[in-house]
Design a protein around this ligand. Structure first.
Ligand SMILES: [Zn+2]
Ligand SMILES: [Zn+2]
Length: 782
């Protein structure tokens, strides 16, 4: 039986505070903080007179009569040939800023004798986004603008047409890397006319992936130059700190930033919510009275909002979480008969365009009352117009937070956003420190294009495209020569009088992918069907898919029957044995080079190159209650990782002076290490799995108590360096997160880590706070 719900939306009003009041007594938790964010009036600008008349007519025809001030600024700058990046809020119309100049150039160029006087490349991080943008451009129906999507699925004969005729190419960096650049001779006429390169959602290009994209863009500039073209780069980013700097690191060019948002913003009521239950279950966080999950709590809140007549979108961090939210809400609505259960959907991603349109339509018409989604929705469907957004756990970065929160609210009306804290140190810290959410500069997107592990394959690929000379250091930086020398000694390149040439029979692009993934990744093969389920990168494989491991793949439980390292394959069978597994390992590191150092009184902070050794030695089988039912030894080789790390040291006697005994020291350092890894995303766009840590009461190189946090990728990814730059902010927040957690002896919200190789032992929460206080005592401001 279903009843008609009161539809607040249809009535044309939405009272965010009334909706918030409806959450009173719902779930297990409590409302910690409410922040009213004021709206913003629009700033408009007229149309520039350089816009091609047909482009102007088409876009005005789509109902756009005025530009926001930032759109005009970006368009003018790009038209004048200045590289520019726009970084403004969700739904602020960033695309018009780059569409006006690119479409105008392409339309103007249609009258050239070749019919293709100007070309442009639009790069999106996903196929879906490129397809959406193409559909949008087609909907403008500008005569003479031939736009086409080129991705891995484009058939060969279509590729040929695109190569010879398309003027606006919508594609992704991977395809540039694998197809366009290696085959540049066939694309010569396209490159000769290249006027614009648009890089949309450029904040996504961070870490190792971002560094690889920077390599591709340098190769692109070099090839364009070969054909006499020097394209203007126009980048668009979600709100991040220093977008200009990020754009410059990506492209290697001077880039002007436009950050003043001229679009109007509706007021927003933003609430912070902490689930109930005691922080501090047992070591696995699985005891009955431990803190309730953000997912379950969000489902309760979502159900209450829907019952109150509020259409609600909930973001969860994982696909499993999304399914759980949708199922719990459906069940609760079914139980009280308030709604038909079908009116809450889970958005899984990977939909066809028609399916996405249908979902959008169901939301618009109110057939769907609720939707649960992962962040995949950030790049995909248009759901603007919902009244409330719930975030089940901190989405990882401020950029994602505002992007997801920005999904709430329709033209000019107040919206409600609720962040529900997950059970980890960063979430707990943030909901108790609203200023870190609302008043703090947002993160920068960190990349490191000079990482030799990233640079070398791109230099090799560049040599395959066109022999490299020393003059190419304008693209590849001052370390080009040593990189070339190492590629020659590795017989990848050969030196000849005219430069460095590719020396092998195969193609460099076959050897590496931009999104990680290399020859030694482990394939997960389902034994019964011989189907490949996916891959695990080599660095994580020993801990994740050792023989006997229970491995979750897309929410389904599998047991690894054999890890065959020689064949780089893990054989698995589907099934849930009723227990989970945790790998145990031993780690150590040595310092190869100190690159930067600062002193805080007796404490020292360093950044540099380290070599981490890690060996998985055994695994534990654990019941859902957290009870360990056995430890099983493993025979796996030691792995080595040369990477960049940030480490701090402090003499043992200094710690003794503040009451940390030799007995307490290992647990204190270990606890501080865990919490600082958990808090790193506050200053760098990383997540827990991007970085690792080691702590030791006596390190052979420093001869002191030492804690290191390092990038989990060969050569580094920029996270540790960011932590070094903002060490005071980072370690202060770490100290606060531990000190303010209400648990007695450490819990997942403060010092326990789900990926600890030592089974979260030893950990000393109280001593960790004393150690951090002492480290920070004489700190200099960053
Ligand atoms: Zn705790
Ligand atoms: Zn640990």
């Amino acid at each position: 039986m279903s009843q008609v719900l009161p539809d607040a939306a249809a009535a044309g009003t939405f009272d965010a505070n009334a909706a918030l009041a409806a959450l009173d007594g719902v779930g297990t938790g409590r409302l910690l903080h409410v922040r009213e964010l004021a709206g913003r009036a629009p700033r408009t600008a007229g149309w520039p007179d350089w816009v091609n008349p047909q482009v102007a007519a088409a876009i005005r025809g789509a109902g756009i009569d005025e530009l926001w001030s930032h759109q005009r600024a970006v368009a003018d700058m790009a038209w004048a040939g200045h590289h520019v990046v726009v970084s403004t809020g969700t739904a602020s119309g960033k695309s018009l800023g780059y569409l006006l100049p690119t479409l105008s150039a392409v339309a103007d160029g249609a009258s050239a004798p070749t019919g293709r006087g100007a070309t442009a490349i639009y790069l999106a991080p996903t196929k879906a986004l490129a397809a959406d943008q193409e559909a949008r451009i087609r909907s403008f129906a500008v005569p003479d603008v031939r736009a086409a999507v080129l991705d891995g699925d484009t058939p060969t004969d279509e590729r040929r047409w695109i190569r010879d005729h398309a003027a606006l190419l919508l594609t992704n960096p991977d395809l540039l890397h694998q197809t366009l650049l290696p085959g540049h001779e066939r694309w010569a006429s396209f490159f000769r006319a290249l006027r614009y390169v648009v890089i949309d959602e450029c904040h996504v290009y961070k870490g190792v992936f971002g560094s690889h994209v920077a390599g591709v863009l340098r190769r692109l500039r070099r090839i364009a130059r070969r054909y006499g073209a020097e394209p203007t780069f126009v980048l668009a980013s979600a709100t991040i700190a220093s977008p200009g700097l990020h754009a410059e690191e990506l492209t290697g060019l001077p880039v002007t930033e436009v950050t003043e948002d001229g679009s109007p913003r509706a007021p927003m009521t933003f609430a912070l919510w902490e689930p109930g239950g005691k922080p501090g279950g047992n070591a696995t966080g699985a005891s009955d009275d431990s803190r309730r999950s953000a997912v379950a709590e969000s489902a309760d809140l979502m159900g209450a909002l829907i019952r109150h007549g509020v259409q609600t979108l909930t973001f969860a961090r994982s696909r499993v979480g999304v399914e759980v939210v949708a199922e719990m809400v459906r069940a609760s609505l079914r139980y009280d008969g308030a709604d038909s259960p079908g009116s809450v959907a889970a958005y899984r991603g990977g939909y066809l365009p028609e399916e996405r349109r249908e979902l959008e339509n169901d939301l618009r018409t109110g057939v769907l009352r609720g939707l649960a989604a992962t962040s995949a929705l950030e790049l995909g469907i248009d759901v603007s117009g919902l009244d409330a957004v719930l975030l089940a756990g901190w989405p990882g970065t401020h950029a994602s937070l505002w992007q997801q929160a920005g999904r709430a609210g329709r033209s000019g009306r107040t919206s409600l956003v609720v962040l529900v804290a997950a059970d980890d140190p960063l979430d707990t810290f943030l909901v108790h420190h609203p200023e870190a959410i609302f008043d703090r500069a947002i993160e920068t997107a960190t990349i490191d294009p000079a990482n030799p592990f990233v640079l070398a394959p791109h230099v090799a690929a560049a040599a395959h495209e066109l022999p490299v000379t020393e003059a190419d250091s304008v693209y590849f930086g001052k370390t080009l020569r040593p990189v070339l020398d190492s590629l020659v000694s590795g017989t990848v390149l050969r030196r000849r009088p005219k430069g460095w040439f590719w020396a092998r029979d195969d193609r460099p692009a076959d050897h590496f992918s931009l999104r990680g993934g290399s020859d030694d990744d482990i394939r997960i093969v389902e034994t019964r069907t011989a189907r490949v389920l996916g891959t695990v990168d080599a660095a994580r494989s020993h801990a994740a898919v050792h023989t006997g491991a229970v491995y979750l793949h897309q929410g389904r439980s599998h047991v690894v029957t054999e890890l065959d390292l020689a064949a780089t394959t893990a054989h698995v069978v589907v099934g849930d044995p009723g227990w989970s597994t945790v790998a145990r390992s031993v780690s150590s590191f040595d310092i190869q080079q100190v690159e930067r150092e600062k002193r805080w009184g007796a404490a020292r902070l360093h950044f540099g190159t380290i070599r981490v050794r890690n060996q998985v030695t055994s695994f534990l089988r654990m019941l859902p209650s957290g009870e360990v039912i056995g430890e099983h030894p493993l025979q796996l080789p030691e792995r080595e990782l040369v990477t960049r790390g940030v480490w701090w040291t402090l003499a043992e006697e200094e710690l003794l002076n503040v009451g940390v005994t030799a007995d307490a020291l290992p647990g204190a350092l270990h606890a501080a290490e865990h919490a600082s890894i958990g808090m790193l995303p506050l200053v760098a766009q990383s997540d827990r799995w991007d970085v690792g840590g080691v702590s030791t009461a006596l390190h052979p190189d420093t001869e002191l108590p030492t804690v290191v946090v390092y990038d989990g990728y060969p050569g580094g990814a920029g996270f540790a360096e960011r932590a070094y730059d903002e060490a005071a902010t980072w370690l202060m927040a770490t100290r606060t997160a531990i000190a303010s957690c209400g648990c007695p002896n450490g819990c997942p919200s403060c010092v326990q880590s789900p990926k600890c190789g030592n089974g979260n032992n030893p950990l000393d929460k109280t001593a960790a706070v004393i150690v951090l206080d002492r480290v920070l005592r004489d700190r200099a401001a960053d």
